[in-house]
Structures are given as C-alpha cells and as structure tokens.
Design a protein around this ligand. Structure first.
Ligand SMILES: *[C@@H]1O[C@H](CO)[C@@H](O)[C@H](O)[C@H]1NC(C)=O
Ligand SMILES: *[C@@H]1O[C@H](CO)[C@@H](O)[C@H](O)[C@H]1NC(C)=O
Ligand SMILES: *[C@@H]1O[C@H](CO)[C@@H](O)[C@H](O)[C@H]1NC(C)=O
Ligand SMILES: *[C@@H]1O[C@H](CO)[C@@H](O)[C@H](O)[C@H]1NC(C)=O
Ligand SMILES: *[C@@H]1O[C@H](CO)[C@@H](O)[C@H](O)[C@H]1NC(C)=O
Ligand SMILES: *[C@@H]1O[C@H](CO)[C@@H](O)[C@H](O)[C@H]1NC(C)=O
Ligand SMILES: *[C@@H]1O[C@H](CO)[C@@H](O)[C@H](O)[C@H]1NC(C)=O
Ligand SMILES: *[C@@H]1O[C@H](CO)[C@@H](O)[C@H](O)[C@H]1NC(C)=O
Ligand SMILES: *[C@@H]1O[C@H](CO)[C@@H](O)[C@H](O)[C@H]1NC(C)=O
Length: 490
C-alpha cells in the first residue's frame, strides 16, 4: 500500500526544528532529511498508511448470467471489506523530478465478502432457488505508486498528490466452508469487478487522506513560542529542494521581534549532508543570526538583568573589602553591604566559527551600597566581556559551556570620586570567574530543548560548528505510534 496517509511524518520531521521569522527569501534554519531519514519517514508513513487505510469498504456488484440448463442466474457480492494490508519490505521513497515518489510493490491484502445467487427453477414447478455464503479474497503482488508535490504556498507547505495509482496482479477468491465448484465458478465472474474496485478505491482513499495531511501542513503554526518573551518564526522560505536522496526545507528561523539582520550570510551548503560523512537522518543548520535574534528579543524584553547579593567570598560585597582599593567608598559608607546590579548595555553578540562559539557581552555593573534602609548607587562600571565555549547535545537538548577569555573595564559614572580601573581588575576577574561564568554555565547547562513533535525523539545528536553556522546531526526515533493518532490529520 502506499504511503500516504501519513506522509506527514516526513513533515513532522521538519517540525523537529525550531525556526522563526526572517527577511524575505532569507532562511536562517535549514533542515535536510537525508536518505536514512527518508527511509525512516517511509517506514513510518507506510506503516501508518496501512493501518489507517483499513478497513476499507468496497462497493458490491450484481450480475445476471446465463448458465446452461439453469437459464438466468442472478448473483451478487456485497459487504466487500479490505481488512488487512501487508506491505512487506519492498517499498521506496525517493525524491523525483516533480516531487516525492513513493512506490510499494509486492503488497498483499486480505478481503472478506458475502456472496449470494438465485434462479428460478421450473423443474419442480415455479420455485426460486437461492444460496449465500462468505468468501475470503487474497490479493497478491499489488503495487501502489504515488507522486506528491510539496510546495511553498504563502510561507506554509502545501502538499498535492499529482499521481496515484494501484495495480492488482493476482486475486484469488476462496469460498468459505468448502462450497462447490459450481459456486466458485459463479463467484469468479466477479474477479474483475473486485480488482477494479480495489484499484479505484485505494488511490481515492490515499488522495483523500493526503488532502487532510495538506490541511494539517498548511495549518501548522507560523510561529512557535518558546516562552512568554520570544517566538520562532516558522515561516517556510522557498520550495523544498530535492536532492538525489535528500530533501531540504528552509525556514525563516529568526526570533519574533528581532530586528531582521541582513548581514552577508553564508549561503547554506545546499543539500550537503555535512555530518562528518556519517549518514544522519536529519541535519539541522542554524545561522548565528538565529541565536543573535533570540538574544536581541530577550534583551529588548528587559529580561537580561541580574542583582548579585551573594558571592562565595562575601567580604567582596561589603565596603570593608574595598577599603584599600577604593578608600573613599569605605570612608563614605563604612562596613555597609553592597549589591551589584548588572544589566546589559546592549544585546549580547554571539558568533560561531569552525573551532568554537564566542560571545561579547557588554554589561553595566552598578555598585549599590545598602546604607540603612536606603539603596545608594555609588558607581557604574562598564564591563565588556569576551567569552568562548562549545556546544554539545544530549537527547533533545542542546547545551553550552563557556569560559572567560578577556574583559575590559571603564568607569561610566561615580559618586565616590574617580578610581583607577587597574585597581579593581583583579577583584573583577575573580568575580567573573567565580560568580558570572558559573552562573552563565548553569543557565546554559539547563539546555535549550529542541521542539520535537510528540512521538518522535532525537537520538545520537551531535553538534558541528562551522563559519557562522551551527549544525545538528541527528537520528530520529519514532517512539510512540499511538501519539501520531492524536495529530489533527488523523
Ligand atoms: C516571519 O517570516 C516571514 C518571512 O520572512 C515574514 O514575512 C513575517 O513577517 C515574519 N513574521 C514575524 C512575526 O516576524
Ligand atoms: C460485513 O462483514 C463484516 C466482516 O467481514 C461482518 O462483521 C459484518 O457482519 C458483515 N455485514 C453484513 C451486513 O453482512
Ligand atoms: C490473509 O490471507 C492469508 C492467506 O489466506 C492468510 O494466511 C493470512 O492469515 C490472512 N491474514 C489475515 C490478517 O487474515
Ligand atoms: C498568507 O499568510 C499570511 C500570514 O499567515 C496571511 O495573513 C495571509 O492571509 C495569507 N495569504 C493568503 C493568500 O493565503
Ligand atoms: C494539485 O494538483 C492538481 C492536479 O495536478 C491541480 O489541479 C491542483 O490545482 C493542485 N493543487 C494545488 C494546491 O497545487
Ligand atoms: C513570563 O513568565 C515568567 C515565569 O514563567 C513570569 O515571571 C513573567 O512575569 C512573565 N512575563 C510576562 C510579560 O508575562
Ligand atoms: C545525482 O545523481 C545524478 C545521476 O545519478 C548524478 O549525476 C549527480 O551527480 C548526483 N548528484 C548528487 C548531488 O549526488
Ligand atoms: C538596577 O539598575 C537599573 C538601571 O540600570 C534600575 O532600573 C533597577 O531598578 C536597578 N535594580 C536594583 C535592584 O537596584
Ligand atoms: C504513547 O502515547 C500515549 C498518548 O500520548 C500514552 O498514553 C502512552 O503511554 C505512550 N506509550 C509509550 C510506550 O510511551
């Protein structure tokens, strides 16, 4: 049988990504489904299709025949139900010139039906003779082919079946209960009708279910909220691109409310499965712009600030600890506790190279003295930090780990007189290394969950960085077939 009902899985795979909005025709996330991914999609699709196509009710038929000695005989078959499909291993899904082609050969099917016949006998006087029974039909060597086009329609994916055919090679009717050769002959006369009914109904039902799939695809959300601050723009850009054994989907991929940056991005290596030669089911590439748009959204939402009132060496947060570094601070507010009010002066910038990831963070650190019940801001130091690190993946999550490379300080304003930055350099370095970086790493360590469609999980994810791009290579497991049934398409 064919695949269709759930052509969707293919598309579901696409949802594994977390995309977002961008500038016209520019995509920042691309997802390439490679040959093992297509195989996987095919197996899921065909399995789901075979399940959802059955039971399939076929139209009955009636015939009048002339039989020697008996004269006119009326025979009928009814309640014809295709209740089991066995697709076997002989199936393929491949990108073709005009779309995706799925071919399943050697499919067998079991059909049940009821039969009946009657004739008027004059031998014993006018008398109607009739009988009825059931029969099972075994269809073998059935072949189903379907060509689907997936196109970009106004930023969504639209799926259209351009061709769908079914061919039945062998059909064998066995009457249940060992009925006679005579009945068998009558019923065999319906072979062509049943064959034609199967060859008509199977494609019709496949097309019917793909139209549901099409509505499902077109109804996919244009943006996926990560939290109450940011959402990814899931708008599909361009038509899918078909390779010899892969398909690439391009997605806008920027975070909503981010300023679309149209820097001269590297063009994605089209359809290149650059996962170190390994054949992964899914290759997801994210431009660094995706991360920067996310940072920008959180920055603009005002959610990047941090008040530090506890550090491992608490004496750093008392003016006494600064007695010899900034004497005037101590003399103005002796032995008062302090808090550091840190906020971003601009959106952090992240970049990706083939070796690592890096970030520049431009923060303002306001020193607040807690004097009695008052919080008195006494100085503001601009801290520009450069950090670098690595990205790793595990399960459905991507983690980061960074360390301090370098930093520079400048005094923005002060109410306690000027003091030289070189005096506080050492203290700030300790603070960055023992407080800020561990904090940042604990945040990054929570991981970013890759949105995965229910029922699918990513397996053996690994991360590769290249110029301006982060690539996730992953296999996919289809954990739970029953959860697919909860998709609207089904
Ligand atoms: C999402 O991306 C599309 C295509 O680039 C764009 O037209 C649309 O405005 C974006 N949506 C939002 C909410 O930014
Ligand atoms: C039609 O066939 C099914 C299964 O083969 C059977 O359960 C059902 O009773 C039949 N219906 C009629 C009206 O004969
Ligand atoms: C289908 O028919 C074949 C041959 O009659 C039989 O061996 C098989 O058990 C049937 N399958 C089902 C699910 O009834
Ligand atoms: C295209 O998509 C946009 C955004 O979802 C929608 O507002 C608009 O009505 C769509 N246009 C057509 C022709 O479907
Ligand atoms: C789908 O294909 C049919 C026949 O090829 C065509 O008439 C129809 O317009 C297509 N629909 C879309 C949405 O492309
Ligand atoms: C967003 O959610 C967080 C917690 O989930 C909450 O503290 C915050 O107030 C929310 N912000 C808005 C703007 O709703
Ligand atoms: C695709 O297949 C054709 C013919 O088999 C071959 O010439 C071409 O190089 C292949 N392209 C890729 C990207 O593998
Ligand atoms: C931190 O500083 C910002 C201005 O940079 C100010 O709006 C905010 O109220 C301060 N928060 C605390 C707890 O001092
Ligand atoms: C599959 O999903 C259904 C519904 O989401 C859930 O009830 C069931 O426990 C899941 N089964 C497994 C094996 O995860």
């Amino acid at each position: 049988m064919a695949t269709h009902h759930h052509l969707p899985p293919l598309l579901l795979l696409v949802l594994l990504l977390a995309p977002s909005p961008a500038a016209a025709q520019e995509s920042h996330i691309s997802a390439v489904i490679g040959s093992s991914g297509l195989d996987f999609a095919k197996d899921v699709l065909i399995g789901e299709a075979a399940r959802s196509l059955t039971p399939l009710r076929l139209p009955g038929a009636e015939k009048s025949m002339r039989v020697p000695f008996l004269g006119g005989v009326r025979a009928a078959v009814s309640n014809i139900t295709l209740f089991h499909l066995d697709v076997g291993d002989d199936s393929a899904l491949r990108p073709g010139d005009s779309g995706l082609v799925v071919v399943a050969s050697g499919v067998s099917a079991n059909i049940s039906m009821a039969w009946s016949y009657s004739y008027d006998s004059w031998y014993f006087g006018p008398l109607q003779i009739s009988d009825s029974g059931t029969a099972s039909i075994l269809v073998q060597g059935m072949e189903v082919g379907i060509t689907m086009e997936i196109k970009n329609y106004n930023g969504s994916l639209a799926l259209n079946v351009s061709q769908c055919g079914c061919y039945v090679k062998d059909l064998e009717i066995s009457l249940d209960g060992g009925a006679s050769w005579f009945y068998q002959g009558l019923i065999n006369a319906f072979e062509d009708d049943i064959r034609a009914a199967v060859e008509k109904a199977v494609p019709e039902n496949i097309i019917g279910s793909t139209s549901k799939l099409d509505s499902f695809l077109q109804g996919l959300p244009r943006s996926v909220s990560l939290d109450n601050i940011s959402a990814l723009n899931m708008t599909f850009m361009n038509d899918p691109q078909y390779g010899n054994s892969s398909i690439e989907f391009d997605i806008n991929g920027l975070f909503t409310s981010a300023v679309a940056k149209t820097s001269n991005l590297q063009k994605h290596p089209q359809l290149s499965l650059s996962c170190g030669g390994a054949s992964n089911m899914l290759v997801l590439s994210l431009d660094e712009t995706v991360f920067n748009s996310a940072l920008d959204v959180y920055y603009k939402a005002g959610s990047m600030h941090w008040v530090v009132d506890k550090v491992s060496d608490q004496s750093l947060l008392n003016t006494a600890g600064w007695k010899f570094i900034i004497p005037r601070l101590y003399w103005s507010y002796p032995n008062d506790d302090m808090v550091l009010n840190i906020s971003m002066a601009s959106s952090p910038i992240m970049w990706i190279t083939s070796e690592n990831i890096g970030a520049t963070i431009n923060a303002d650190m306001i020193i607040d003295v807690l004097h009695g019940t008052e919080t008195v801001p006494v100085a503001c130091i601009s801290v520009i930090v450069s950090a670098s690190g690595v990205v790793e993946a595990s399960g459905n999550k991507v983690y980061g780990r960074v360390e301090l490379n370098d930093f520079s300080l400048s005094l923005k304003w002060t109410n306690i007189g000027n003091f030289h930055m070189s005096l506080i350099q050492g203290v700030i370095r300790v603070f960055l290394n023992t407080v800020c970086m561990p904090y940042l790493n604990s945040q990054l360590g929570h991981g970013f969950i890759l949105p995965v469609v229910h029922g699918f999980t990513l397996k053996d994810v690994y991360v590769i960085t290249s110029t301006q791009q982060l690539t996730l290579c992953s296999d996919i497991a289809f954990a739970n077939a029953s959860s697919l049934a909860s998709l609207p398409v089904l």
